[in-house]
Ligand binder design. Structure first.
Ligand SMILES: C[S@@+](CC[C@H](N)C(=O)[O-])C[C@H]1O[C@@H](n2cnc3c(N)ncnc32)[C@H](O)[C@@H]1O
Length: 216
């Protein structure tokens, strides 16, 4: 999968700049591309990236998967939504961008075929990074909450179960202290979802992994 172009100037201070985790997720999708194409061959056509940030992952997917898929990018940060649109336009691809909180806005169950999420996963204290008592846009990009940094991840899991199509797949990036195996155990127990580990990478101070979840 080709790494798309993006405009560093337009990413700015309020939007997550593509980083090691972004590129790891791109590599994971590339490693699993044949399986993604099989889902599309079977009629799957809705691809959704949660927390699109700069939009490079959504742009790469749309560029690679082509016109048979509709790509939707979601971000809680309005500036990230604008940047995603700009990145997609820079790469000549059309996607739909929605400024929303996780998957709250989807009413149709089992409707999305492929979901990708590089979540805010960093362990952080409640007020760390807040501006004037309000959570800042850039804090949304990394703050995963105290203890294990997995607060946002835990919030999205029941939503994934609700919206993921029967033959769908969910790619989730995590860091070692998010306790990925505990998350996987929860998905299996609560929602009968199995997982594969698609890729792992150690970078200074971080050990990152991408899991793929699917219904059994
Ligand atoms: C780690 S960044 C990843 C950005 C981009 N996907 C990448 O890989 O470079 C996490 C993104 O999730 C977004 N985000 C955080 N909480 C969210 C929520 N509740 N709903 C939607 N997006 C959220 C942030 O604004 C941020 O853009």
């Amino acid at each position: 999968m080709e790494t798309p172009d993006w405009n560093s100037n337009s990413v700015g201070d309020d939007v997550y700049e593509p980083s090691e985790d972004t590129f790891l997720l791109l590599d994971a999708l590339e490693n699993d591309l044949n399986n993604l194409k099989k889902i599309i061959d079977k009629g799957g056509c809705l691809v959704l990236e949660l927390g699109s940030g700069s939009g490079v992952i959504t742009a790469a997917l749309k560029k690679t998967l082509g016109s048979t898929v509709q790509c939707i990018a979601v971000d809680i940060n309005l500036q990230a939504c604008h940047t995603t649109l700009e990145t997609c336009s820079l790469n000549n691809v059309n996607v739909d961008v929605i400024n929303a909180n996780l998957l709250d806005w989807i009413f149709q169950s089992k409707s999305i075929d492929i979901i990708i999420f590089n979540p805010p996963y960093v362990r952080s204290f409640v007020n760390e990074g807040d501006v004037d008592g309000k959570i800042s846009d850039i804090k949304h990009a990394w703050c995963g909450g105290p203890v294990d940094g997995a607060d946002v991840i835990r919030r999205v899991l029941p939503q994934i179960n609700r919206v993921l199509a029967d033959n769908g797949v969910f790619y989730l990036l995590m860091i070692n202290y998010n306790n990925p195996e505990k998350i996987a155990h929860f998905m299996a127990q609560e929602f009968s979802m199995a997982h594969n580990i698609i890729i792992t990478r150690k970078v200074p101070g971080e050990s990152l992994v991408v899991y793929k979840f699917y219904r059994t």
